[in-house]
Design a protein around this ligand. Structure first.
Ligand SMILES: Cc1ncc(COP(=O)(O)O)c(C=O)c1O
Length: 393
């Protein structure tokens, strides 16, 4: 290693090895300023960022070390690195007893969703999606002139599967987000399997994309991943991300699993070597550490229970959250609540029409952050008025 490169490496290593907590906080603050600004906040105040469904702690130390360890290779293209995309693909395939041809990588699963809409829909082959759901497929469809069929929810704000099946006839792609963002609700494995069967009977050529971005946070015992369904059934594929429980949202990595022809069709739109060498280093180590993910799930479940109880004590309830965020019926417009919370240093989720007059999405931060956030919620909810019943959707 040249002296210059060694110096760079030492500088990059320092915050990770000696001041990890401080570094994480600083990173959060910068991101908060970028995404939401700090208008209306007391000067010098550090925002509590619970708006973007991120893991507030990030990945483990060994993942950070692996990322830093890749800097000496940063001047090379990823295809010349010691570990290429092929290494991560092999690890993912092994994990699910699949073949490499069943796995597609993307710089975030969002990009895979975009490409899937491009690959499988058109002006004559609509997209079916719950609404509200993760907006990327719907936004992409609108951009390329694909009609969108929106499906609603049952009384518990779970995606209405019967309506999804009905809407699938003649569609190019069904996007099924499980757990769904922003409602945080999930369907169990047998319900998903039945839905897939019904869609394939009603519309055999329709592709079915099951988004499991929040898979690692689910505790509902009826749920297990649909990856087994994707590997056993043509035209079905599952997407996953390293942005949530794995804590690597800023590194940008996600993947899809499905039959080889499906993977190939989406891959046609993918930029080659879209994942950086640093990202590959981090995700390969992160994927191997299931103990870290299990601990993150436990931590999230405990902090979520604390937050749900605190809301209940204020008379506020929400859906049965199976993710790292809550969808709470605050009985007043989300915008006013959000602005008042932000002024007090707490950033909560954006509007999700048609629920924007009543519901707010709140991500789960650390216990320390949620204790502070709950104090702010109490004050804000005590000082703002509810939406009248005629204005509720
Ligand atoms: C349901 C869902 N899918 C996909 C994504 C995209 O994640 P990424 O592109 O970071 O992998 C998100 C991000 O919030 C999401 O909520």
């Amino acid at each position: 290693m040249s002296l210059t490169r060694r110096r760079l490496f030492q500088r990059l290593s320092t915050p990770v090895q000696s001041a990890h907590g401080e570094w994480i906080s600083a990173r959060g603050r910068e991101a908060g300023m970028m995404e939401y600004g700090e208008q209306g906040m007391a000067q010098g105040a550090k925002p509590i960022r619970i708006a973007s469904n991120e893991n507030p702690l990030g990945p483990g130390q060994h993942v950070l070390d692996a990322i830093v360890g890749k800097f000496p290779e940063a001047h090379r293209y990823p295809f010349n690195a010691k570990q290429t995309e092929g290494a991560l693909i092999t690890d993912i395939a092994k994990r699910y007893s699949a073949k490499n041809e069943n796995v597609l990588l993307g710089p975030g699963s969002g990009e895979i969703l975009t490409h899937a809409v491009r690959a499988f829909t058109s002006p004559t082959k609509p997209l079916v999606t719950a609404w509200p759901s993760f907006e990327n497929p719907r936004d992409t469809a609108k951009k390329i002139g694909t009609p969108v069929r929106e499906v609603g929810f049952d009384g518990k704000l779970r995606i209405d599967i019967a309506k999804m099946v009905e809407a699938s006839k003649g569609a190019g792609l069904v996007f099924f987000c499980n757990p769904n963002n922003p409602t945080a609700t999930v369907h169990g494995h047998s319900a998903v399997a039945d839905m897939v069967k019904a869609i394939r009977a009603a519309s055999p050529d329709t592709m079915i994309l099951i988004d499991e971005a929040y898979h690692d946070y689910v505790t509902d015992p009826s749920y297990t991943s649909a990856i087994d369904i994707a590997l056993a059934t043509p035209n079905v594929f599952v997407t996953r991300t390293f942005s949530k429980a794995y804590g690597m949202a800023g590194l940008r990595a996600g993947y899809a699993i499905g039959h080889a022809p499906t993977v190939k069709a989406v891959q046609a739109f993918k930029m080659p070597y879209g994942l950086s060498t640093l990202t590959l280093g981090g995700t390969i180590v992160g994927l191997a550490d299931q103990a870290h993910i299990d601990a993150e799930q436990k931590r999230n479940t405990a902090v979520k229970a604390f937050t749900v109880k605190a809301f209940a004590d204020m008379g506020v309830t929400g859906t049965d959250s199976q993710a790292n965020f809550l969808f709470m019926d605050i009985k007043r417009p989300a915008a006013g609540f959000r602005d008042a919370c932000r002024a007090a240093g707490v950033q909560v989720g954006r509007d999700f029409p048609p629920f924007e007059k009543t519901h707010c999405r709140v991500s789960i931060g650390t216990m320390e952050e949620m204790k502070k956030a709950v104090d702010v919620f109490k004050k804000v909810l005590g000082s703002t008025t509810t939406t009248s019943s005629k204005d509720r959707q």
